[in-house]
Design a protein around this ligand. Structure first.
Ligand SMILES: [Zn+2]
Length: 423
């Protein structure tokens, strides 16, 4: 969207330039580009002038040579100011929460937040539409679920499916504190500042009104990852909201600096529906189903709709995962053996918790290190690093920490700490 706008702008300016030069002659040159040999002097215009051939390179096919100084031309074809320079706001402030907007960045984005948080968001390089191209999925009406996404080819684990920048970011606490009339006024102001395409995409999401659409489709994230309550924000990504829910999702997502990245959490076959999880997938089935009902539908995933004995087995595994996690985190007394971490990781694999294997392998790797088992610690640390590169990004601190453990378990602070302790 940004590049299209830029092209249109360049085209319009060149048409204006053509009109100007035909009417008034070439503007004077400041000779700023002397010594640049990439353009031959033109017979009609001289060295400082540019012909229709050059204009053609930037998208305008002029039959008659247009003479203008390279400086003038370059001014015209220079990219527009960076998106970060095109923010509006603060506007419509209520109790220190205001509207900020940018019609260029990300194709249009509105914020409902404090000036302090807005400054941080403005510093992000919020990314417009990206990911696998052509998209390895198509949109489809899926029975019992509404709109969904389905793979149109086999997809390899770790493949990035879509990256999207937020269309609307709103501070959660402000939305909760405001009276409905105030809140809706802020929504209207934020919507009015979005370009039509972005606004239409937002409004096409499921939900009665803006508030309901935000509630049902938004993704929560903390500005700069801070746990502080006012750092909690909701972000709208209308394209990502097309992923339906599955309690055992095949797609993982992560949000970095308000840009969301969706990644295949396992190998996916052509024809499979692509799904993320809307809720905590470690919850037992009853609670998961209740949470999903908050979205206004019954969970239709294979696990929830499958045979009862499978649900019972799944819940049993989840209870065991919970128990082992507590034991592995217990450093006051030894309730685990060197193998407990590996069992913990295996339960994740059996349960199909693909998007959480990184943290499971991490616990296993650390536990082997704590018991002084170099080989197994190294093995699980490498696996953890691989999974964490998908879950949190290749450059994430967690992935890096596991690469360091894998390279030298003996140098790690955990090394041998449990081995020497007896029950
Ligand atoms: Zn389910």
């Amino acid at each position: 969207m940004i590049s299209n706008n830029s092209n249109h702008r360049v085209l319009a300016m060149l048409i204006a330039l053509a009109t100007y030069t035909f009417a008034f002659g070439a503007p004077e040159s400041a000779h700023m580009f002397e010594g640049q040999d990439d353009e031959q002097p033109d017979a009609v215009c001289g060295r400082d002038c540019i012909t229709g051939i050059t204009a053609g390179i930037v998208g305008l096919n002029l039959r008659t040579p247009v003479c203008a100084s390279p400086e003038f031309i370059r001014k015209i074809v220079l990219p527009p100011p960076p998106p970060s320079a095109q923010w509006s706001g603060p506007e419509n402030c209520v109790n220190g929460t205001c509207i900020f907007s940018n019609v260029v960045q990300n194709g249009g984005i509105s914020l409902i937040t404090s000036p302090q948080h807005a400054d941080i968001i403005k510093s992000y390089d919020i990314d417009a539409d990206g990911g696998a191209y052509p998209p390895p999925f198509y949109t489809e009406q899926i029975e019992g679920k509404g709109i969904g996404l389905r793979a149109n080819r086999s997809i390899v684990k770790g493949e990035v499916l879509m990256t999207r920048g937020a269309t609307l970011i709103a501070q959660t606490e402000a939305l909760i504190e405001w009276e409905v009339a105030v809140r809706d006024t802020m929504y209207d102001a934020a919507m009015a500042r979005l370009p039509k395409g972005r606004r239409d995409a937002f409004l096409a999401q499921m939900g009665r009104d803006v508030h309901d659409k935000i509630n049902k489709n938004s993704f929560q994230f903390f500005i700069h990852g801070a746990g502080e309550e006012r750092a909690r924000h909701l972000a709208a990504y209308p394209d990502i909201a097309k992923f339906n829910h599955d309690c055992r999702p095949n797609v993982h997502y992560r949000i970095t600096d308000a840009t969301i990245t969706t990644i295949a959490a396992r190998d996916i076959q052509r024809g499979e529906e692509l799904a993320i999880s809307y809720t905590d997938i470690f919850l037992p089935s009853k609670q998961r189903k209740e949470r999903i009902q908050n979205w206004g539908f019954e969970c239709a995933c294979a696990l929830c709709q499958g045979p009862k004995n499978e649900t019972i087995a799944s819940d049993k595994r989840l209870r065991r995962i919970e128990k082992l996690k507590a034991d592995l985190n217990n450093f006051k007394e030894i309730k685990v053996t060197a193998e407990t971490g590996a069992e913990y990781a295996t339960l994740h694999e059996e349960e199909g918790l693909h998007a959480h294997l990184g943290s499971a392998y991490t616990r296993a790797a650390l536990n082997f290190a704590l018991f002084g088992d170099e080989e197994r610690s190294r093995e699980y640390a490498w696996r953890a690093a691989e999974e964490l590169s998908i879950e949190k990004g290749p450059e994430s601190g967690d992935a890096q920490a596991m690469r360091e453990l894998a390279e030298n378990p003996r140098a790690h602070w955990t090394w041998g700490k449990r081995r020497t302790l007896k029950k």
